[in-house]
Design a binder for this molecule. Structure first.
Ligand SMILES: [Zn+2]
Length: 346
């Protein structure tokens, strides 16, 4: 069974789904609506603005694509419709999947799109009146998509290391506890610029510790934009999975520890090719031309495959499988590692 175990909801809004939602909810944002002609735009025209056109070491180019799609987060029903479309499209692309939900950023965006400054919304009101309805809508959409397609779907709560407001994150985490049974675990993600591109703010770590009582399965994006030391630092938190983690290939000791502790690396080949082209080239050169997935397998590290953000990356899980096959990845071993990780999720 081919499960996509690293995929983000915010990066799974196809141009077709966005335009359908824009029409249904009459969202006349310039991204969707051509005011001069009084018509909604075509999906093809939208794709050029939502998808990266070429590899680029500057992750803000990718982030701009994500921000553009958020223009459709105008109400909870619109978010539910977008989530339902994303879950159904992911089901067509896979045998099942795990979807990551960046709840804070979705709730923050909803406030902004409704003309409210999110920082002016008190933390508990932000969690209860904005984030909870968004979470319930997404989970409800997941349940409906699962019923309609018969494909198994898991949802993981993503918390961003951008950590804009500790009180808002704390209130959101307290609310999430009541929904822990509908979630599969926690993820740390986020694009950060500056000296440390993969920080773990102490306040965020404290929130993770409290939440893990209810959601023990933790994954953390690391070793993507930063080197193997970031993976080493992350392992101290005892995650079950590391998003990307390809820079572990810089260090035999890190690889050995990943293999020994049975931590799964979530490898997303097209994402790496687009977001870290220079680093990827160096890693491949250092491993005799082998792609990270193949080199990690050779180092006995468990790896799964992910599409990451299919819309901005112009990919799909099926396309990632083809990329892996073409790169000489041991597909039987990959499938076994996917099954192993899926079983861990319960
Ligand atoms: Zn990711």
């Amino acid at each position: 069974m081919w499960f996509d175990l690293h995929r983000h909801l915010e990066g799974s809004h196809s141009p077709r789904a966005l335009l359908e939602v824009a029409r249904t909810f009459d969202i006349r944002h310039p991204l969707f609506y051509d005011a001069a002609h009084g018509t909604f735009r075509a999906a093809g025209a939208l794709a050029a603005e939502l998808t990266m056109q070429a590899p680029c070491n500057d992750a803000t180019v990718f982030y701009r694509c994500i921000v553009s799609a958020r223009a459709a987060y105008v109400s909870v029903p619109a978010i539910r419709a977008l989530a339902l479309a994303a879950f159904r499209e992911a089901a067509e692309d896979t045998d099942g999947f795990e979807m990551r939900l960046s709840l804070f950023s979705m709730a923050r965006t909803l406030c902004e799109n409704q003309g409210r400054a999110w920082r002016d919304v008190p933390p508990v009101a932000f969690a209860e009146d904005v984030a909870r309805p968004v979470l319930c809508a997404a989970l409800d959409a997941r349940d409906e998509a699962q019923r309609l397609t018969g494909k198994p779907m898991r949802v993981r709560l993503g918390l961003s290391r951008t950590f804009e407001s500790e009180p808002h994150y704390r209130a959101l985490a307290a609310m999430v506890v009541e929904h822990a049974g509908a979630l599969v675990g926690l993820d740390v993600l986020g694009i950060v610029t500056g000296a440390d591109t993969e920080p773990l703010p102490p306040g965020l770590v404290g929130i993770l510790d409290a939440l893990r009582v209810h959601l023990p399965d933790l994954t953390i994006h690391a070793g993507e934009f930063a080197g193997h030391a970031s993976v080493d630092r992350t392992l101290a938190l005892q995650p079950r999975g590391i998003g990307h983690g390809v820079h572990a290939l810089q260090s035999p000791a890190t690889l050995e520890r990943l293999a020994r502790e049975g931590v799964t690396l979530e490898v997303c080949p097209t994402s790496n090719r687009l977001l870290i082209p220079t680093a990827l080239r160096a890693l491949e050169q250092a491993h005799g031309g082998a792609t990270p997935l193949r080199a990690l397998q050779q180092a006995h590290v468990h790896c799964i495959l992910g599409s990451d953000d299919p819309t901005p990356m112009g990919t799909s899980f099926r396309a990632e499988l083809d990329v892996a096959r073409g790169a000489g990845v041991d597909m039987a071993r990959l499938e076994a590692d996917i099954a192993r990780r899926w079983a861990e999720l319960g």
